[in-house]
Design a protein around this ligand. Structure first.
Ligand code: NAP
Length: 290
């Protein structure tokens, strides 16, 4: 008989995320062991607690989920988790990273856009493109082959993100744009087929009159779930509805797919004991969901 599934939930925030715990339970995990305030220094003992308890043949029933609101801290914890696995001896568990929900949200947003556009040729503007969600949206769009512009209030921050994406995907067509002044918006939007707003909660990044004047725009996706909307005129629940001549998605419209992808990735963790689900693997998994 299979041992019950155990998810070691390592959260870099002091209080482990209730959201991530509930999603894990709803995805069918039998036991969620949540630890908060996790730093790389604490990881070795936590991982050893996973890999030295069950024998190698049962370790596909244990997995690690890394979350928290600080995506860079999550990446550091993920790297540390991998350092303490012992795959050569079969003493390994699968691990998923979804700090800030950034991986699953970015994958869901890009899949929504792909329903309307050929992303290999589309031009896209990612507003709030320097945050954890926006960076990942931009990375996935660049991977699909289209031209991506990272929007930020500070050009140098956008340029740093563009450089990091080009380093990850040599040949990627990634540009940076400042979007701080009223003149910046129309220039950044000109010729874009897709705009994704991934700004901080409750911040308006794209006023309606700018969006309505963007002649090439076909799809507008707002990931901000806290009113006011990040893209003015896009409603929270919009899911491909037409607004001012283009398809619109709001945070809840993307959130359903995000949740399905999150649950599928958690379930997939228990199909092996040496799997990693970071952005690219979650993207590949989502492609199998239909
Ligand atoms: N729908 C879903 O299922 C789902 C799931 C997860 C997250 N989200 C949402 O996705 C969005 C992005 O998340 P995140 O964690 O990446 O966001 P974040 O790090 O809080 O902010 C992203 C970017 O927004 C810009 N920004 C911050 N404050 C601003 C302000 N006052 N005015 C204009 N721009 C500002 C910053 O870029 P610059 O400083 O470079 O301009 C920042 O890098 C959030 O709204 C979050 O709630 C949605």
């Amino acid at each position: 008989m299979d041992k019950p599934t155990v998810l070691l939930h390592l959260d870099t925030d002091a209080l482990p995320s209730v959201f991530d715990r509930v999603v894990a339970i709803d995805s069918g995990v039998a036991h969620v062991l949540s630890y908060g305030g996790v730093t790389p220094a604490a990881v070795m003992a936590l991982v050893h607690g996973c890999v030295f308890t069950r024998g190698a043949k049962d370790l596909h029933r244990t997995a690690v989920f890394v979350g928290g609101s600080d995506a860079e801290a999550g990446e550091a914890v993920l790297a540390e988790v991998k350092k303490h696995l012992l795959p050569a001896y079969g003493l390994s568990v699968s691990v998923m990273l979804d700090s800030s929900g950034a991986n699953t949200t970015a994958v869901a947003a890009v899949r929504a856009a792909a329903r309307h556009l050929d992303l290999a040729t589309a031009t896209s503007l990612v507003l709030g493109g320097t945050g954890p969600v926006g960076r990942r949206v931009a990375r996935l769009l660049a991977k699909r082959g289209g031209r991506v512009t990272i929007g930020s209030r500070q050009l140098d921050r956008a340029e740093a993100v563009a450089r990091s994406i080009r380093a990850a995907y040599p040949g990627a067509d990634v540009a940076a744009a400042a979007v701080a002044s009223s003149a910046d918006g129309p220039a950044a939007l000109a010729g874009q087929h897709l705009v994704v707003a991934a700004g901080a909660p409750g911040t308006v990044l794209l006023p309606r009159k700018l969006r309505a004047g963007a002649a090439a725009l076909r799809v507008a996706i707002d990931l901000n779930g806290v009113p006011p909307a990040g893209i003015e005129g896009v409603e929270l629940g919009d899911k491909g509805v037409e607004r001012d001549g283009h398809a619109a998605y709001g945070a809840l419209g993307v959130g359903g797919a995000k949740m399905a992808i999150h649950k599928a990735a958690l379930a997939a963790l228990f199909t092996g004991n040496a799997l990693t689900f970071d952005l690219d693997e979650i993207d590949a998994l989502a492609a199998t969901l239909g």
